[in-house]
Design a protein around this ligand. Structure first.
Ligand SMILES: Nc1ncnc2c1ncn2[C@@H]1O[C@H](COP(=O)(O)OP(=O)(O)OP(=O)(O)O)[C@@H](O)[C@H]1O
Length: 276
């Protein structure tokens, strides 16, 4: 294995428990890819989940909307290459334009800049059947070849789990922090800990946890029904010493914004009151 591969992303903790500890002579190597020369990005925030289907894309877009409503310049990199959902949420169906200098992200109605594989495909319904290294290469290009312009925040919607693409993003992009999205189910503790453990090993701060599908509010009596059972997110967050940023119900109003492709007008009252 190449020296860079061995050391890049090693944290002090992972070095301490590594089989090569004490004998490893290699120095840490910065594997970050160069940002496109027409980009200036102040903060990169990854949105991760230990498993699929927890509403990670919805939380990514909600965080982007929250910062956009505060007046920040915001971008979303849809790194969920095989399951891209961000452009549709914002009603974007055009193709991104490329120039000699790079690719221009598409702009949503609220000014959010978006790049996704769906904005590069002739047919947005065509499946992406690419092997891991090709997908990882595309994600890197979203950083090196996309002309993001001046952004205060770039949110990266990661594919679920702790596989190849999250690893590429963590190694190639200067990620300032991650937000973990989860749902209140049996396996949640184990799954959140996996996502948390990966960020820690990569030396990336965990900014907090968002619980989605926490409850459903009865439209008649207002009672909160815990469809997936009682939440344990507060205990898990306390155990990991990270804040809970929000608990989101399954909300038909939010689902409708997505369905109508009008997320650029969406407000998510369940994710407010914190700084990123
Ligand atoms: N709190 C919520 N209220 C209403 N609808 C929601 C909520 N959370 C997610 N949804 C809807 O559920 C669907 C799946 O959400 P989303 O695409 O964000 O999941 P995901 O975690 O990104 O999926 P995957 O990880 O498998 O790619 C979307 O149609 C989304 O609009």
């Amino acid at each position: 294995m190449a020296e860079e591969q061995k050391t890049a992303g090693c944290s002090e903790e992972s070095c301490a428990s590594c089989a090569s500890a004490g004998t490893c002579t290699s120095k840490k190597v910065d594997m970050h890819e160069p940002m496109n020369m027409y980009s200036s990005i102040k903060k990169v925030i990854g949105v991760v989940s230990g498993k699929g289907g927890v509403g990670k894309s919805l939380v990514t877009a909600s965080l982007a909307r929250m910062m956009r409503a505060k007046g920040y310049n915001v971008g979303i990199m849809d790194a969920d290459i095989t399951g891209p959902s961000i452009p549709k949420m914002y009603g974007l169906h055009e193709m991104a334009v490329g120039t000699e200098q790079g690719i221009l992200p598409c702009e949503a109605a609220d000014g959010t800049k978006i790049m996704s594989v769906n904005l590069l495909l002739e047919d947005e319904e065509a499946p992406v059947i690419w092997r891991g290294p090709v997908i990882a290469g595309v994600v890197k290009q979203f950083w090196t070849d996309v002309m993001w312009g001046d952004l205060d925040y770039l949110f990266v919607d990661m594919p679920p789990g702790t596989g190849d693409v999250p690893l590429t993003v963590f190694q190639s992009l200067p990620v300032d922090g991650v937000v973990i999205v989860t749902s209140p189910q049996d396996l949640v503790q184990m799954i959140v800990k996996k996502a948390y453990g990966m960020a820690k090993q990569m030396n990336i701060p965990v900014l907090g946890i968002v619980e989605n599908y926490s409850y459903v509010k009865c439209p008649d009596c207002g009672k909160e029904i815990k469809v997936f059972g009682e939440s344990h997110i507060d205990e898990i967050a306390a155990d990991l010493n990270v804040p809970v940023l929000g608990k989101m119900p399954l909300d038909p109003a939010i689902a409708q914004m997505v369905e109508e492709e009008k997320f650029s007008e969406a407000e998510n009252p369940y994710l407010e009151g914190f700084e990123l």
